[in-house]
Design a protein around this ligand. Structure first.
Ligand code: NAP
Length: 245
C-alpha cells in the first residue's frame, strides 16, 4: 500500500513513534526516523525496520533546535531522495501545577512538542509542494482538547499543534497535501509507565477501561498516511477509549 513512499517519523526510537515506524514498514514504506539521544532504542528500531526489508535510517536530532532540524532533513533528503509522509510525533512532558511550574519547564515542552513540529514541517513542505502530494500527521493529545491539571505546558503545546494542523491543512490543500492530527488518550509507553494502565483508578476513568497499545495508535496514523484517507484533512481524530467523550 505504501511501497515506494518515504516516511519521516520524529521520536521514532520508542513508544508510539516506534510503532508508527514499524507499521509504515509493514505497509512497504521506507522509513527515516529522528530521535533525541537513546542510542540503544534507536538501534533496536533501526534493526526492526531493516528486518522488514525496507530502507531505514536513524537520525539523532533535537527537533527543538531549528538549525539541527534543517541540517538533519537535508541529510535525510540526500540519502532517501524524497519524502512523502511526515509524522510529527516527538514529544515530552514536564508536569507540574501551573503555580509551581518554572519558565524552563513551560518553554521546553512548547519548544519540543510545538516548535519542533513546525521546524520539521517547514523543511519538508517544499518537497511535498513540488510533488503536489503528501501527508503530514501530527500526534496531539486529548490534553490539548480537554486541558489536564498539571499539564498547562503540555496541553498548550498540543492545543497549539491542533491549530498548526488546521492551518497547514488550509495552506496546503490546493497542492493535494493533507494535514491531520491524532489525539490519543492514555497509551502504554515509557511516557505513561508510572501511571496504571492495567486496571487502576486511571484505567477505570476510561470508558473502554484500559490504556491504548501503541500499535493501535500506529494503525490510525498509517491509515491517515494511506491513499484511503485522501479526502480527510484538517481533522483531529481522538483515539482515547472514550476518555474525552
Ligand atoms: P515516549 O515513549 O516517551 O517516546 C518519546 C520519543 O520522542 C522518543 O523516541 C524520544 O527519543 C523522542 N524525543 C523526545 N524528545 C525529543 C526531541 N527533543 N527531539 C527529537 N526526539 C525527541 O513517548 P510516547 O508516549 O511514545 O509519545 C509519543 C507522542 O505521543 C508524544 O508527542 C506524546 O505527547 C504523544 N502522546 C502520548 C500519549 C501517551 O499516553 N503515551 C498520549 C497522548 C499523546 P529518545 O528515545 O532518543 O529519547
Amino acid at each position: 500500500m505504501l511501497k515506494g513512499k518515504v516516511a519521516v517519523v520524529t521520536g521514532g526510537s520508542r513508544g508510539i513513534g516506534r510503532a508508527v515506524c514499524l507499521e509504515l514498514a509493514e505497509r512497504g514504506a521506507d522509513v527515516a526516523f529522528l530521535y533525541a539521544g537513546n542510542e540503544e532504542a534507536a538501534s533496536e528500531t533501526l534493526s526492526a525496520l531493516q528486518a522488514r526489508g525496507v530502507r531505514a535510517g536513524a537520525y539523532r536530532c533535537d527537533v527543538s533546535d531549528a538549525a539541527a532540524v534543517k541540517a538533519c532533513m537535508a541529510q535525510l533528503l540526500a540519502e532517501f531522495g524524497t519524502v512523502d509522509i511526515l509524522v510529527n510525533n516527538a514529544g515530552i512532558t514536564r508536569d507540574k501545577l501551573a503555580m509551581t511550574m518554572s519558565e524552563e519547564d513551560f518553554t521546553r515542552v512548547l519548544s519540543v512538542n510545538l516548535s519542533g513540529a513546525f521546524y520539521c514541517a517547514r523543511q519538508i513542505i517544499p518537497v511535498l509542494v513540488r510533488k503536489k502530494s503528501g501527508r503530514i500527521i501530527n500526534i496531539a493529545s486529548v490534553s490539548g482538547l480537554m486541558g489536564n491539571p498539571g499539564q498547562s505546558n503540555y496541553a498548550a503545546s498540543k492545543a497549539g499543534l491542533i491549530g498548526l494542523t488546521k492551518t497547514l491543512a488550509r495552506e496546503l490543500a490546493s497542492r493535494n497535501i493533507t494535514c491531520n492530527a491524532v489525539a490519543p488518550g492514555f497509551v502504554e509507553t515509557d511516557m505513561t509507565a508510572s501511571l496504571s494502565g492495567g486496571g487502576g483508578s486511571l484505567a477505570e476513568s476510561i470508558p473502554l477501561r484500559r490504556f491504548a497499545r501503541a500499535e493501535e495508535v500506529a494503525k490510525l496514523v498509517v491509515f491517515l498516511a494511506s491513499p484511503d484517507a485522501a479526502y480527510i484533512t484538517g481533522e483531529v481524530i481522538r483515539i482515547d477509549g472514550g476518555l474525552a467523550i
